[in-house]
Write a protein that binds this ligand. Structure first.
Ligand code: G3H
Length: 255
């Protein structure tokens, strides 16, 4: 009943902001499930926000996925962004290279004239090699830099979609199904209650690190991501969500 009264995007933004308990919600019209243009519009909104929020000398932690990549594509140089260091939020998660945080951080730097650091931690290492790699001085240095990040930009995915896209094992797929995982962000899988049911083995920021940041920009849309966004925003987002009408209406309808 409530949803029918919410015609304008501004009202929808306020309703979703209150429902999810966030500081700010930005909604673009349309549904990213239906059209690629909508993802581009979320990208444009994300790029605009980053431009407005940027401070010289800042570190921005960047996560992976197609939506954060859309933000990167829309970015352009500004004096503040030229003095920004873009750092991947986490190491490899088994994605195609152009969807990895590493690549997207480098793309943001390229688009803005800023600088970037890479965190080359492959995703399929034995436990022993993994432990050695994360002790490497250059990895430690990037991890230290991440701790100073002022802003984090990240996407949110449906749990099963992400697990399949990352070619996860049957065992993990079964585990996620059993635990009723609905969403994923930063390599963490969450259930509907916002509890972590699985974390991927890689280095980078942990959810606690987000608490220290001034801005957390979450970018995710499409009605199919409604459950994922609702679950993850209750614990991890807290700050700014950029989404689309499709996801916003679906979240509020289910509320
Ligand atoms: O962690 C979340 C995913 O990276 C989101 O990916 O933006 O391509 O749906 P996506």
């Amino acid at each position: 009943p409530l949803i029918k009264e919410l015609f304008g995007l501004t009202e929808l933004e306020e309703a979703l902001r209150r429902h999810l308990g966030l500081r700010r919600v930005i909604i673009v019209s349309g549904d990213a499930d239906q059209s690629q243009w909508v993802k581009k519009e979320m990208g444009r909104a994300g790029a605009r926000l980053l431009r407005e929020e940027a401070r010289p000398g800042q570190v921005v932690a960047v996560a992976g996925g197609t939506t954060v990549a859309a933000v990167a594509e829309m970015m352009a140089p500004t004096p503040q962004l030229k003095e920004t260091t873009f750092v991947p939020a986490r190491g490899g998660l088994g994605e195609a290279v152009e969807l990895e945080a590493n690549y997207i951080a480098s793309l943001m730097a390229k688009k803005t004239g800023g600088s970037y650091r890479l965190m080359h931690v492959p995703d399929q290492l034995s436990e022993e090699t993994y432990r050695t790699v994360i002790r490497e001085p250059h990895i430690r240095e990037v991890l230290e830099l991440l701790k100073t990040a002022r802003i984090a930009v990240h996407g949110i995915g449906g749990a099963m979609e992400m697990a399949v896209r990352r070619k996860s094992s049957m065992e993990l797929l079964r585990h996620l199904r059993e635990k009723e995982a609905v969403g994923e962000a930063f390599g963490y899988y969450f259930n509907r209650q916002g509890e972590i049911v699985h974390r991927m083995k890689t280095v980078g920021i942990r959810l606690d690190d987000l608490q220290r940041m001034e801005r957390i920009i979450s970018v995710a849309g499409g009605a199919s991501k409604a459950d994922a966004i609702a679950a993850i925003c209750s614990v991890a987002c807290r700050d700014t969500l950029i989404t689309d009408e499709g996801a916003a209406r679906a979240i509020l309808e289910k509320a």
